[in-house]
Design a protein around this ligand. Sequence first.
Ligand code: GDP
Ligand code: IMO
Ligand code: MG
Length: 429
Amino acid sequence: MTQNLAVVGAQWGDEGKGKVVDILSQRFDCVARYQGGHNAGHTINVGNRRHVLHLIPSGIFQPRVKCVIGSGVVLDPLALIEETDAIERAMSIPVEGRLFVSNRCHLILPYHRVLEAAIEKQLGERRIGTTSRGIGPAYEDKMGRRGLRVCDLMDPQTLADKIRALVAEKNRTLEALKYPQIIDPEPLVDSYTQYGERIRSLVIDTSAYLNDLIRSGKSILFEGAQGTLLDVDHGTFPFVTSSSAAAGGVSTGLGISPKHVHSVLGVSKAYTTRVGAGPFPTECTGAEGEQIRDRGNEFGSTPGRPRRCGWFDGPAARYATMVNALDSIVVTKIDVLDTFSQVPFCVDYKYKGTALQHFPADAATLASVEPVYKILGGWQTSLAGVKEWSNLPPAAQDYLKFLSDYLGVAISMVSTGPGRDETIHLENG
Ligand code: GDP
Ligand code: IMO
Ligand code: MG
């Protein structure tokens, strides 16, 4: 039987999903994104070129693979146009016929970014530290049942009427937020009408397309953006993104039955990072954190925000393992830990002196847990580019075995560098 696979982030995003999906997509007929927007930054190194994808699935560099942006994604059409242009320049092959966009995707408009900036400003100290792409407000409009969708872009008169009505409403909100400017709908009507024409050839009913692929025995890789701990339901709310990043989002985000998700692979760094605000129990704020950041080049793909860095957070990863029922895990960036003589691994959280039974629901509790560490031995040898398990020093093997045993999940790949071939492939999964 054909097997479809979901690839999800097991931490707070930026786990290296782009590299993993790029490698695995060779084995699939289609790669489909099911949530998020251009807040994602998935890095793929092909030869000596580095590409950062925000919207387009990471299977696009395999010319045979079809790529789908499903209805659960919120789409900034200009971001899509810029990204397709960049891919066509890089690959010298058109994306048309290889990339399909759902006619049901909700749209991001410039006023979503304006509103997001105004809300974050108002939150002050309590701000989320979002990517400022308008993602949250676009999902708010979707859930509020007033958002514009790609199918609206296909009909200029409907588009114009809806934009004018929505802008009037947004201007009322901005006024209430004491925002100094108001939005003029007419330039938006013009530009979005043009974007509609530019992307028309990519737009289809992707749910029907994916279900046809499934019926004809083709295989699909479902690509998650962000990570389980940023999932709007299961993450560290309110410091989350506004979509269902965990495996549960695949079905609703693509319009396919959960019966078609056959296995789930989690991607995790050998340590932990987080961008933006929110609790991070194993964060290292001193020299060790800086060492991880420098060695791991832990700065956002764009716009280059420094990522907060810390040790592997076992309870958080165990929670992600449970929420997704992970079948296997890919551990990335193990080479970043090469220089440490000891590598602490968080095995438990203590809250007010007692071990916690469950991953806490509220951010305040998570922010005040005390991580309990098991100190594992470092290897102090370069792992950069290692391709065989047997070439890993015993301490690195022990670290990975400990991680796998702790989570109760087999490791299917270990990544030892950003390149496609800087990877150890294991039997498991
Ligand atoms: P994603 O959002 O999950 O796709 O991850 P990002 O692309 O935002 O961040 C991962 C970063 O780590 C990218 O710059 C990758 O090129 C890089 N990377 C991926 N795997 C490895 C690895 O094993 N070692 C090192 N040193 N870098 C890696
Ligand atoms: P990929 O797919 C890491 C974080 C933001 C912020 C929070 C909400 O590359 O792993 P948003 O703009 O989504 O409303 O911001 O989520 N965030 C990410 N962190 N990787 C990502 O994507 C992220 N996308 C959003 O920093 O804390
Ligand atoms: Mg990223």
